[in-house]
Design a protein around this ligand. Structure first.
Ligand SMILES: Nc1nc2c(ncn2[C@@H]2O[C@H](COP(=O)(O)OP(=O)(O)OP(=O)(O)O)[C@@H](O)[C@H]2O)c(=O)[nH]1
Ligand SMILES: [Mg+2]
Length: 218
């Protein structure tokens, strides 16, 4: 006796994401734009870093930002104060940006007039790493108040990153954070990724970060 069975075939979220990732890569190629995906936990200093970076990169390169958040336009307003083009992308609850939303944001930027688009992903060290958005590179951002062990505890973003940026270095004299220990944990998951030590407050390391990103244009 045969019994009817309903089998649900769930097309992966990732499949849909890959379609938009490919479209974005083509769009960026046509316009010769380098897109960089900043990923880090809530409050690690992504927006502050971008505001400082714009000062250094802005002299020689044309830069825009896509700001990813669950809610609010606070960060887009902070970036807008620097005078560069910015669009706020709201996920309405999702813990990461998906390629389709990023693609829509890019369409609203003057791509033909740009060299770099920085995407500030939703504050989260896990989910954003799992979703490509068509970027040239991911950058893992971690602050000195988060603990040296994070690369081993949240390895994916550190494995995939083209650079790791340590932020808030001005706080090092005041917090029990050992940069050499961070590097040891990082090397266990990624032996060769550059580690850049920065402070948006003092400007330390921002020039080096800008130079690193300029190197990705060639
Ligand atoms: N001392 C110090 N504080 C910093 C630095 N960068 C950021 N902060 C502070 O850290 C807090 C969070 O900074 P944001 O730039 O908003 O961090 P974010 O990663 O963009 O935060 P979300 O977008 O909410 O995930 C703010 O109070 C900043 O003033 C820094 O280099 N040094
Ligand atoms: Mg921010």
């Amino acid at each position: 006796m045969t019994r009817e069975r309903e089998i649900k075939v769930l097309k992966g979220l990732k499949g849909e994401n890959e379609k938009w990732t490919a479209a974005t890569r083509e769009l960026l190629r046509q316009n010769n734009v380098t897109m960089i995906n900043l990923i880090g936990g809530p409050g690690c200093g992504k927006t502050a870093l971008l505001c400082r970076l714009v000062e250094y990169l802005g002299g020689s390169s044309r830069v825009a930002v896509l700001e990813g958040d669950v809610e609010t336009t606070y960060d887009a307003r902070r970036i807008a104060e620097t005078g560069i083009p910015v669009r706020q992308l709201l996920t309405g609850g999702a813990c990461h940006l998906e390629a389709r939303l990023v693609h829509a944001g890019l369409q609203e930027l003057p791509l033909a007039e740009l060299d770099f688009v920085f995407v500030e992903n939703v504050g989260n060290l896990v989910c954003p790493a799992e979703f490509d958005i068509g970027e040239r590179a991911k950058v893992a951002v971690i602050s000195v108040t988060e603990g040296e062990d994070k690369p081993e505890k949240y390895p994916l973003v550190f494995q995939l990153a083209g650079a790791v940026i340590l932020t808030k270095a001005d706080l090092l004299p005041h917090v029990p954070f050992d940069t050499l220990s961070l590097e040891k944990h990082l090397r266990k998951v990624n032996p060769s990724v550059p580690l850049l030590i920065t402070s948006a407050l003092t400007g330390e390391g921002i020039r080096e970060a800008a130079d690193c990103f300029r190197g990705w244009r060639t």
